[in-house]
Design a protein around this ligand. Structure first.
Ligand code: ATP
Ligand code: MG
Length: 451
């Protein structure tokens, strides 16, 4: 019986070899057409009325089966982009390399993709790849069978037809999802070589759906991790952002470390995570991001990346200050240097880089708590982000708790309360303050305190 069970579970997996999909009825999978957004259902019905096949595919089907709310609904069809466009008044073709159609339905925009062809050797239709095997062009239309085979994981290759309420499953994705397994379609090594981003997707999707990565798909990651360096920086940035804002960033980053993947990804992450203060800071930041995502609050990519690279800034900035370089100009120099290094791997958009710098540049200003300066800091457009950042620095043990408490109290205080909180004027601030607190020395001389 055990053998039978094992062969049932493992024996039937011949990814890529299936030509007859399993067709699962509603009673077998449990999805209902009401789970699908109205706009998406209308899009599919319209395509079907025009004689085309149309299904919800990918993440939405997977997430619904796993009991999660999908982010968006993608539609796959055998109609070409031109044909899709003719079915809808409000639609437009986007993308050059691989055209997709955006169909507007009320306030929704549904992404409609034509089934893509398979580029495997068997098809005799070899894709253009770089010398590492990374697929550079992937823009051939194909059948649903081929479309399923070129998707990454079995749980991502499910097609749901809301009209018949059936799921078309070529690769046993439904069973894999029930068994909590993330399984690659086809040979994992080949699939990672074609697109190294799939290694990151494996980590992210496993964390998001609480799946374990099938050993076959997990094993090659360690040795192939460096292929991520060939991925264009803008793509890597998108994927990292998805990972960090998934609501499971802590789990993902732990997993990346376990797989040795963080080296190629964020060149600084391995350095940072090796310093205990840096690690504490990054982990606290990711925990708070995860919390916010789960509470449905917005998160700012600028803030997130500012936290990731902060200890790199410190590592470069502190020695400059110690050498007597002026603090603010050397901070600005350091910021640019750190972001330039990152930019080679990770294309941080200009806007996000601007946000990062504003948050960093505010940090030394929180030390100034005398005269008009704190009021100036309050006026800064990114004050709130800068303040949250400061609190994380305090929590991680980098900054004196008193500084964080002062700002929290200053924010909450009335006008008079604020005025009373201001420290004496900045020049010789510490000395004056301390002098006041201590009674004068017996000999009547100034009690000059060590700095
Ligand atoms: P989520 O939207 O939750 O981030 P997703 O799986 O929907 O996850 P998308 O980037 O929206 O991710 O991709 C939609 C679908 O396209 C996937 O479910 C998968 O079938 C396919 N896909 C995406 N990226 C790849 C890839 N790198 N290789 C192969 N197939 C992919
Ligand atoms: Mg998706």
């Amino acid at each position: 019986m055990i053998r039978k069970f094992i062969s049932r579970v493992f024996g039937r997996h011949h990814p890529g070899k299936h030509s007859e999909p399993a067709i699962l009825a509603a009673a077998q999978h449990g999805l209902q057409r009401e789970d699908i957004s109205r706009g998406c259902r209308r899009t599919i019905e319209t395509l079907q009325e025009n004689g085309y096949q149309a299904y919800i595919v990918g993440g939405a089907v997977r997430d619904l089966l796993a009991g999660l709310t999908p982010k968006d609904f993608d539609v796959a069809t055998n109609a070409t982009p031109e044909q899709v466009r003719h079915c809808f008044r409000r639609s437009r073709i986007i993308g050059r390399r691989f055209q997709i159609v955006h169909v507007s339905m009320g306030t929704e925009i549904i992404e409609v993709t034509t089934f893509r062809g398979h580029h495997g050797e068997e098809s005799g239709n070899k894709a253009l790849t770089d010398e590492q095997g990374r697929v550079l062009r992937d823009n051939v239309f194909g059948s649903q069978l081929e479309d399923a085979a070129r998707r990454d994981f079995t749980v991502n290759a499910l097609y749901y037809d809301p009209t018949s309420e059936t799921i078309v499953d070529y690769h046993h994705g439904v069973a894999d999802l029930r068994q909590k397994t993330l399984r690659m379609i086809g040979d994992p090594k080949t699939r990672y070589r074609e697109d190294p981003v799939r290694m990151l997707r494996a980590v992210r999707l496993a964390a998001k759906l609480s799946l374990s990565i099938d050993p076959e798909a997990r094993r090659p990651i360690r040795e192939m991790g460096s292929l991520i360096e060939n991925v264009p920086p803008s793509r890597l940035f998108d994927e990292m952002l998805k990972l960090l804002t998934s609501g499971h960033a802590v789990r993902c980053v732990r997993e990346l470390r376990e797989e040795g993947l963080h080296h190629g990804l964020l060149p600084l992450l391995d350095v940072i995570l090796d310093q205990s203060l840096g690690e504490r800071f990054v982990m606290l930041a990711l925990e708070s991001t995860d919390r916010r995502v789960r509470e449905g609050k917005p998160i700012s990519p600028g803030f997130l990346f500012a936290t990731l690279f902060w200890h790199e800034v410190l590592a470069k900035w502190e020695p400059l200050k110690a050498r007597g370089e002026p603090a603010i100009p050397s901070l600005f120099l350091t910021m640019d240097e750190v972001l330039d290094v990152q930019a080679e791997k990770l294309a941080i958009t200009r806007r996000i880089a601007g946000d990062i710098k504003e948050i960093w540049a505010l940090q030394p200003r929180f030390e100034q708590r005398s005269g008009k300066r704190p009021y100036g800091v309050l006026q800064q457009p990114r004050f709130k982000a800068g303040y949250d950042f400061l609190l994380l620095r305090v929590e991680s043990g980098e900054v004196d708790q008193a500084v964080g408490e002062w700002w929290t109290a200053f924010l909450a205080a009335s006008d008079e309360g604020r005025a009373a909180m201001l420290l004496p004027a900045a020049s010789g601030e510490t000395r004056k303050r301390r002098r006041r607190r201590r009674p004068p020395a017996d000999n009547g001389q100034d009690a000059t305190l060590p700095e």
